[in-house]
Design a protein around this ligand. Structure first.
Ligand code: SAM
Length: 279
Protein backbone atom coordinates (compact mmCIF):
# COMPACT_ATOMS: atom_id res chain seq x y z
CA UNK A 1 0.00 0.00 0.00
CA UNK A 2 1.54 3.30 -1.09
CA UNK A 3 2.42 6.04 1.41
CA UNK A 4 0.20 9.15 1.45
CA UNK A 5 2.52 11.91 0.29
CA UNK A 6 1.74 15.25 -1.36
CA UNK A 7 -1.80 16.59 -1.67
CA UNK A 8 -4.81 14.25 -1.66
CA UNK A 9 -8.60 14.50 -1.65
CA UNK A 10 -10.35 11.70 0.23
CA UNK A 11 -13.91 10.39 0.34
CA UNK A 12 -14.68 8.16 3.31
CA UNK A 13 -17.53 5.65 3.16
CA UNK A 14 -18.17 3.18 6.01
CA UNK A 15 -14.76 1.51 6.55
CA UNK A 16 -13.31 2.75 3.26
CA UNK A 17 -11.35 5.86 2.35
CA UNK A 18 -10.80 6.52 -1.35
CA UNK A 19 -8.13 9.13 -2.11
CA UNK A 20 -6.92 10.75 -5.32
CA UNK A 21 -3.69 12.68 -5.65
CA UNK A 22 -4.60 16.25 -6.59
CA UNK A 23 -2.84 19.21 -8.15
CA UNK A 24 -5.33 21.70 -6.75
CA UNK A 25 -8.90 22.39 -5.61
CA UNK A 26 -10.63 24.23 -8.46
CA UNK A 27 -14.04 24.99 -6.93
CA UNK A 28 -15.87 24.71 -3.62
CA UNK A 29 -19.21 26.36 -2.99
CA UNK A 30 -22.51 25.34 -1.39
CA UNK A 31 -25.40 25.59 -3.85
CA UNK A 32 -29.04 25.86 -2.74
CA UNK A 33 -28.99 22.06 -2.41
CA UNK A 34 -25.50 20.70 -1.72
CA UNK A 35 -21.77 21.35 -1.40
CA UNK A 36 -20.22 21.31 -4.86
CA UNK A 37 -16.45 20.71 -5.12
CA UNK A 38 -14.12 20.16 -8.08
CA UNK A 39 -10.50 19.01 -7.87
CA UNK A 40 -7.82 18.81 -10.53
CA UNK A 41 -6.32 15.35 -10.00
CA UNK A 42 -2.98 13.93 -11.10
CA UNK A 43 -4.34 11.05 -13.20
CA UNK A 44 -8.17 11.27 -13.35
CA UNK A 45 -8.57 14.72 -14.86
CA UNK A 46 -11.08 16.89 -13.00
CA UNK A 47 -13.14 15.24 -10.23
CA UNK A 48 -16.50 16.49 -8.93
CA UNK A 49 -17.87 15.76 -5.45
CA UNK A 50 -21.35 16.60 -4.15
CA UNK A 51 -21.69 16.76 -0.36
CA UNK A 52 -18.33 15.00 -0.14
CA UNK A 53 -19.28 12.06 -2.41
CA UNK A 54 -17.35 11.59 -5.66
CA UNK A 55 -19.75 11.92 -8.59
CA UNK A 56 -17.82 12.09 -11.82
CA UNK A 57 -14.30 12.48 -13.18
CA UNK A 58 -13.02 13.32 -16.65
CA UNK A 59 -11.15 10.01 -16.85
CA UNK A 60 -13.87 7.51 -15.88
CA UNK A 61 -17.16 9.25 -16.69
CA UNK A 62 -17.63 7.25 -19.90
CA UNK A 63 -18.22 4.04 -17.90
CA UNK A 64 -21.19 5.28 -15.89
CA UNK A 65 -22.77 7.33 -18.69
CA UNK A 66 -22.43 4.53 -21.28
CA UNK A 67 -23.93 1.95 -18.92
CA UNK A 68 -26.78 4.05 -17.54
CA UNK A 69 -27.79 5.18 -21.04
CA UNK A 70 -27.12 2.58 -23.74
CA UNK A 71 -28.56 -0.55 -22.12
CA UNK A 72 -32.11 0.95 -21.84
CA UNK A 73 -31.73 2.87 -25.12
CA UNK A 74 -30.81 -0.30 -27.05
CA UNK A 75 -33.37 -2.41 -25.15
CA UNK A 76 -36.20 -0.20 -26.48
CA UNK A 77 -36.89 -0.76 -30.22
CA UNK A 78 -37.21 2.92 -31.17
CA UNK A 79 -36.80 5.44 -28.31
CA UNK A 80 -38.02 8.87 -29.45
CA UNK A 81 -38.96 10.74 -26.28
CA UNK A 82 -36.50 10.51 -23.40
CA UNK A 83 -36.49 12.00 -19.89
CA UNK A 84 -33.26 12.36 -17.89
CA UNK A 85 -33.72 13.09 -14.19
CA UNK A 86 -30.59 14.38 -12.42
CA UNK A 87 -27.36 13.98 -14.34
CA UNK A 88 -26.53 17.65 -13.90
CA UNK A 89 -22.99 17.08 -15.17
CA UNK A 90 -24.48 16.49 -18.63
CA UNK A 91 -22.86 13.12 -19.42
CA UNK A 92 -26.07 11.09 -19.59
CA UNK A 93 -27.84 13.60 -21.87
CA UNK A 94 -24.73 13.67 -24.09
CA UNK A 95 -24.96 9.90 -24.50
CA UNK A 96 -28.72 9.99 -25.23
CA UNK A 97 -28.03 12.55 -27.99
CA UNK A 98 -25.93 9.92 -29.81
CA UNK A 99 -29.16 8.02 -30.60
CA UNK A 100 -30.18 9.79 -33.78
CA UNK A 101 -33.76 8.47 -33.72
CA UNK A 102 -34.47 10.44 -30.54
CA UNK A 103 -36.80 13.44 -31.07
CA UNK A 104 -36.76 15.00 -27.64
CA UNK A 105 -34.73 14.87 -24.41
CA UNK A 106 -36.23 16.50 -21.29
CA UNK A 107 -33.35 17.20 -18.90
CA UNK A 108 -34.62 17.71 -15.32
CA UNK A 109 -31.78 18.52 -12.89
CA UNK A 110 -32.71 20.04 -9.51
CA UNK A 111 -29.48 22.00 -9.08
CA UNK A 112 -28.49 24.36 -11.89
CA UNK A 113 -25.14 24.98 -10.17
CA UNK A 114 -24.05 21.42 -11.00
CA UNK A 115 -24.59 22.07 -14.70
CA UNK A 116 -22.90 25.49 -14.55
CA UNK A 117 -19.85 24.00 -12.77
CA UNK A 118 -19.77 21.11 -15.24
CA UNK A 119 -19.78 23.56 -18.17
CA UNK A 120 -16.66 25.20 -16.75
CA UNK A 121 -14.68 22.18 -15.54
CA UNK A 122 -16.07 19.23 -17.57
CA UNK A 123 -16.59 20.65 -21.08
CA UNK A 124 -16.55 17.17 -22.67
CA UNK A 125 -19.67 16.19 -20.67
CA UNK A 126 -21.80 19.10 -21.87
CA UNK A 127 -20.49 19.09 -25.46
CA UNK A 128 -23.33 19.92 -27.86
CA UNK A 129 -26.12 19.94 -25.26
CA UNK A 130 -27.03 23.60 -25.76
CA UNK A 131 -26.75 23.37 -29.55
CA UNK A 132 -28.97 20.29 -29.85
CA UNK A 133 -32.58 21.45 -30.33
CA UNK A 134 -33.82 18.11 -28.94
CA UNK A 135 -32.52 18.94 -25.45
CA UNK A 136 -34.98 20.81 -23.18
CA UNK A 137 -33.39 22.10 -19.97
CA UNK A 138 -35.94 22.06 -17.13
CA UNK A 139 -34.12 22.79 -13.84
CA UNK A 140 -36.34 21.46 -11.07
CA UNK A 141 -37.23 18.50 -8.85
CA UNK A 142 -37.57 15.36 -10.94
CA UNK A 143 -39.91 13.84 -8.34
CA UNK A 144 -42.44 16.64 -8.90
CA UNK A 145 -41.82 16.72 -12.65
CA UNK A 146 -42.81 13.11 -13.31
CA UNK A 147 -46.06 13.56 -11.39
CA UNK A 148 -47.21 15.94 -14.12
CA UNK A 149 -46.13 13.69 -17.03
CA UNK A 150 -48.47 11.00 -18.35
CA UNK A 151 -47.76 8.45 -21.10
CA UNK A 152 -45.05 10.68 -22.52
CA UNK A 153 -41.67 8.93 -22.61
CA UNK A 154 -40.17 5.84 -24.24
CA UNK A 155 -37.16 5.88 -21.87
CA UNK A 156 -36.67 7.53 -18.45
CA UNK A 157 -33.12 7.60 -17.01
CA UNK A 158 -32.67 8.46 -13.35
CA UNK A 159 -29.14 9.71 -12.74
CA UNK A 160 -29.50 10.81 -9.13
CA UNK A 161 -27.26 11.21 -6.11
CA UNK A 162 -27.36 8.73 -3.20
CA UNK A 163 -30.74 7.98 -1.52
CA UNK A 164 -30.87 10.84 0.99
CA UNK A 165 -32.03 14.48 1.05
CA UNK A 166 -33.05 15.75 -2.39
CA UNK A 167 -32.52 12.33 -3.99
CA UNK A 168 -34.21 10.18 -1.32
CA UNK A 169 -37.56 10.20 -3.14
CA UNK A 170 -35.94 8.88 -6.35
CA UNK A 171 -35.73 5.44 -4.69
CA UNK A 172 -39.35 5.16 -3.47
CA UNK A 173 -42.43 3.27 -4.65
CA UNK A 174 -44.51 6.45 -5.14
CA UNK A 175 -41.88 7.82 -7.51
CA UNK A 176 -41.70 4.51 -9.39
CA UNK A 177 -45.50 4.60 -9.86
CA UNK A 178 -45.20 8.14 -11.27
CA UNK A 179 -42.36 7.02 -13.56
CA UNK A 180 -44.56 4.13 -14.72
CA UNK A 181 -47.39 6.57 -15.56
CA UNK A 182 -44.98 8.96 -17.30
CA UNK A 183 -43.79 6.15 -19.60
CA UNK A 184 -45.61 5.13 -22.79
CA UNK A 185 -47.19 1.65 -22.90
CA UNK A 186 -43.86 -0.04 -23.80
CA UNK A 187 -41.55 2.31 -21.90
CA UNK A 188 -38.26 1.43 -20.20
CA UNK A 189 -36.73 3.09 -17.12
CA UNK A 190 -33.25 2.74 -15.68
CA UNK A 191 -31.61 4.18 -12.57
CA UNK A 192 -28.32 4.08 -10.77
CA UNK A 193 -29.05 1.87 -7.75
CA UNK A 194 -25.91 2.06 -5.55
CA UNK A 195 -23.05 -0.19 -4.51
CA UNK A 196 -23.58 -4.01 -4.31
CA UNK A 197 -20.46 -4.45 -2.18
CA UNK A 198 -21.69 -2.20 0.63
CA UNK A 199 -25.39 -1.67 0.03
CA UNK A 200 -27.22 -4.78 -1.22
CA UNK A 201 -29.97 -3.77 1.24
CA UNK A 202 -30.65 -0.56 -0.71
CA UNK A 203 -30.59 -2.47 -4.01
CA UNK A 204 -32.95 -5.13 -2.62
CA UNK A 205 -35.41 -2.40 -1.58
CA UNK A 206 -35.23 -0.73 -5.01
CA UNK A 207 -35.75 -4.00 -6.85
CA UNK A 208 -38.63 -5.03 -4.55
CA UNK A 209 -40.36 -1.67 -5.01
CA UNK A 210 -39.84 -1.73 -8.79
CA UNK A 211 -41.33 -5.26 -8.95
CA UNK A 212 -44.51 -3.91 -7.34
CA UNK A 213 -44.88 -1.56 -10.33
CA UNK A 214 -43.16 -3.02 -13.40
CA UNK A 215 -43.42 -6.38 -15.19
CA UNK A 216 -39.76 -6.67 -16.08
CA UNK A 217 -37.15 -5.69 -13.42
CA UNK A 218 -33.47 -6.53 -13.82
CA UNK A 219 -30.14 -5.53 -12.27
CA UNK A 220 -26.82 -5.07 -14.01
CA UNK A 221 -23.34 -4.06 -12.87
CA UNK A 222 -20.43 -1.97 -14.07
CA UNK A 223 -16.98 -1.09 -12.73
CA UNK A 224 -16.74 2.55 -11.62
CA UNK A 225 -13.20 3.37 -10.37
CA UNK A 226 -14.17 6.48 -8.38
CA UNK A 227 -16.92 4.85 -6.29
CA UNK A 228 -16.09 3.32 -2.86
CA UNK A 229 -15.83 -0.38 -3.83
CA UNK A 230 -15.62 0.20 -7.59
CA UNK A 231 -18.63 -2.12 -8.12
CA UNK A 232 -21.86 -0.29 -9.10
CA UNK A 233 -25.42 -1.34 -9.94
CA UNK A 234 -28.13 -0.16 -12.28
CA UNK A 235 -31.80 -1.18 -11.95
CA UNK A 236 -33.65 -1.42 -15.25
CA UNK A 237 -37.44 -1.88 -15.37
CA UNK A 238 -39.75 -2.13 -18.34
CA UNK A 239 -43.49 -2.27 -19.06
CA UNK A 240 -43.03 -4.77 -21.84
CA UNK A 241 -39.55 -5.61 -23.18
CA UNK A 242 -36.86 -7.68 -21.46
CA UNK A 243 -34.04 -5.09 -21.13
CA UNK A 244 -31.40 -7.84 -21.48
CA UNK A 245 -32.31 -8.10 -25.18
CA UNK A 246 -31.10 -5.56 -27.78
CA UNK A 247 -34.11 -4.48 -29.91
CA UNK A 248 -33.13 -1.05 -31.16
CA UNK A 249 -32.11 -1.50 -34.77
CA UNK A 250 -32.26 2.26 -35.53
CA UNK A 251 -29.39 3.38 -33.33
CA UNK A 252 -25.95 2.62 -34.71
CA UNK A 253 -23.69 0.57 -32.46
CA UNK A 254 -20.87 3.08 -32.62
CA UNK A 255 -17.53 2.79 -30.90
CA UNK A 256 -18.75 3.55 -27.39
CA UNK A 257 -15.84 3.62 -24.96
CA UNK A 258 -17.39 1.11 -22.53
CA UNK A 259 -20.71 -0.25 -23.87
CA UNK A 260 -20.64 -3.16 -26.34
CA UNK A 261 -23.45 -5.48 -27.49
CA UNK A 262 -21.73 -8.39 -25.69
CA UNK A 263 -21.53 -6.33 -22.51
CA UNK A 264 -25.22 -5.44 -22.86
CA UNK A 265 -26.02 -9.07 -22.12
CA UNK A 266 -23.07 -9.93 -19.87
CA UNK A 267 -23.65 -7.00 -17.47
CA UNK A 268 -26.85 -8.69 -16.24
CA UNK A 269 -24.90 -11.81 -15.15
CA UNK A 270 -24.66 -11.27 -11.39
CA UNK A 271 -22.16 -12.70 -8.87
CA UNK A 272 -23.81 -15.17 -6.48
CA UNK A 273 -23.44 -12.86 -3.44
CA UNK A 274 -25.33 -10.09 -5.28
CA UNK A 275 -28.10 -12.47 -6.42
CA UNK A 276 -28.48 -13.77 -2.87
CA UNK A 277 -28.23 -10.26 -1.38
CA UNK A 278 -31.15 -8.88 -3.39
CA UNK A 279 -33.46 -11.93 -3.08
N1 SAM B 1 -23.70 11.45 -13.46
C1 SAM B 1 -22.84 11.29 -12.30
C2 SAM B 1 -21.89 10.14 -12.56
O1 SAM B 1 -21.26 10.12 -13.61
O2 SAM B 1 -21.79 9.29 -11.70
C3 SAM B 1 -23.54 11.10 -11.00
C4 SAM B 1 -24.76 11.62 -10.69
S1 SAM B 1 -25.32 13.21 -11.03
C5 SAM B 1 -24.09 14.35 -10.62
C6 SAM B 1 -26.52 13.33 -9.73
C7 SAM B 1 -27.42 14.51 -9.88
O3 SAM B 1 -28.72 14.25 -9.38
C8 SAM B 1 -26.94 15.77 -9.12
O4 SAM B 1 -26.61 16.77 -10.06
C9 SAM B 1 -28.12 16.16 -8.23
O5 SAM B 1 -28.26 17.56 -8.10
C10 SAM B 1 -29.27 15.52 -9.00
N2 SAM B 1 -30.51 15.28 -8.22
C11 SAM B 1 -30.61 14.75 -6.97
N3 SAM B 1 -31.91 14.70 -6.59
C12 SAM B 1 -32.65 15.19 -7.64
C13 SAM B 1 -34.04 15.40 -7.87
N4 SAM B 1 -34.96 15.08 -6.92
N5 SAM B 1 -34.44 15.89 -9.07
C14 SAM B 1 -33.53 16.21 -10.02
N6 SAM B 1 -32.18 16.08 -9.87
C15 SAM B 1 -31.75 15.56 -8.69
Amino acid sequence: MGKMTGKWCTETYRDTALSFKIKKKLYAKRSKFQMVEVYETEKHGNLMALDGCYMVSTAEEFVYHDMLTHIPMFAHPDPKDVLVIGGGDGGTVREVMRHKGVNSIDFVEIDGDVYTVSKKYFPALVKGLEQDKRVHFKFGDGIKFVKESKNKYDVILIDGTDPSDIAGGLFGTEFFKDVYNALKKDGVMCMQSEDPWYDTGIIKDVQTRLRKVFKQVHLYLAFIPIYPSGMWSFSCASKKYDPRVIRNKKSKIEKFRYYTPELHRAAFALPRFVKDGIK
